[in-house]
Design a protein around this ligand. Structure first.
Ligand code: GLN
Length: 245
């Protein structure tokens, strides 16, 4: 079968606190199942076919990194909007989560424009929100991570958050919720990296990618792969990953 393609957005400028580990986790969880995978990077100025991706990932960055990628991201706003609407799974961490919203007003008073795929706005506040963070989510259970952001994000009414904050701050210091969940796009402040620490979220993204492929008739083939590989059941892999922390 054609490899599952993971597209990493702006790994040169947007890759704080090990966010690249999210890519590695998805790659490994596909390999462990015998499913072919390829990773493609998109940096400013690259001509990349976003439609060829199965999953799109983006990491966090300093305000300067966000400014550096702004023009290129805005140039891809239409295609990203189309792919989110089509159900492509995506994970946007921190700086790129903010930029999938409408805008980020930095502490210096500059505006970093976003693509508005997530109905939300972000404003820098005096206190940085830093530390370990724990969320509860009805589908995924407990989610753990680390946050470090000056921007505080405010979701428009009715936008589904990623989780309810149990420990830490989350989107801002008032609402008690964290992240945003729009179709199969998750935006979140959680570094960690997120996916190695929360493999159930990794498998959610992978299952959505495979579901989208099923439309083109690949799913049977994938089921064949997983039955034949004889690899460790994923639950055991998860246990090993968790006990290593
Ligand atoms: N620069 C942004 C902020 O401080 C995002 C930070 C990050 O990605 N960790 O809010």
């Amino acid at each position: 079968m054609k490899p599952i393609q993971i597209l990493q957005l702006y790994p040169k400028d947007m890759n704080l606190y090990g966010d690249w580990g999210n890519t590695l986790t998805l790659q490994k969880r596909l390999e462990w199942r015998g499913i072919p995978v390829e990773v493609v990077d998109h940096n400013p100025g690259d001509s990349t076919d976003f439609r060829a991706a199965d999953i799109i990932l983006g990491g966090g960055g300093q305000d300067a990194g966000q400014a550096a990628i702004q023009a290129d991201l805005l140039a891809h706003s239409e295609i990203l909007r189309e792919l989110v609407a089509d159900g492509m799974p995506m994970l946007m961490i921190c700086g790129l989560y903010q930029m999938f919203g409408r805008r980020f007003l930095t502490g210096e008073g500059t505006e970093i424009r976003g693509i508005g795929v997530i109905p939300a706005e972000t404003r820098a506040m005096e206190a940085r929100l830093i530390g370990n963070i724990t969320l509860e989510n009805a589908e995924f259970g407990t989610i753990v991570g680390y946050e470090n952001h000056s921007g505080q994000t405010f979701l428009d009414a009715g936008v589904k958050p990623f989780g309810t904050v149990k420990l830490g701050a989350g989107n801002n210091d008032a609402d008690g919720v964290e992240g945003a969940w729009v179709k199969n796009l998750i935006g979140t402040y959680l570094h960690g990296a997120l996916l190695p620490r929360n493999p159930q979220v990794a498998d959610y993204l992978l299952s959505k990618a495979l579901e989208r492929r099923a439309v083109t008739g690949d799913l049977d083939e994938l089921e064949g792969y997983s039955a034949e590989t004889g690899l460790l059941p994923l639950t055991e892999v998860d246990q090993i990953a968790r006990s290593a922390h």
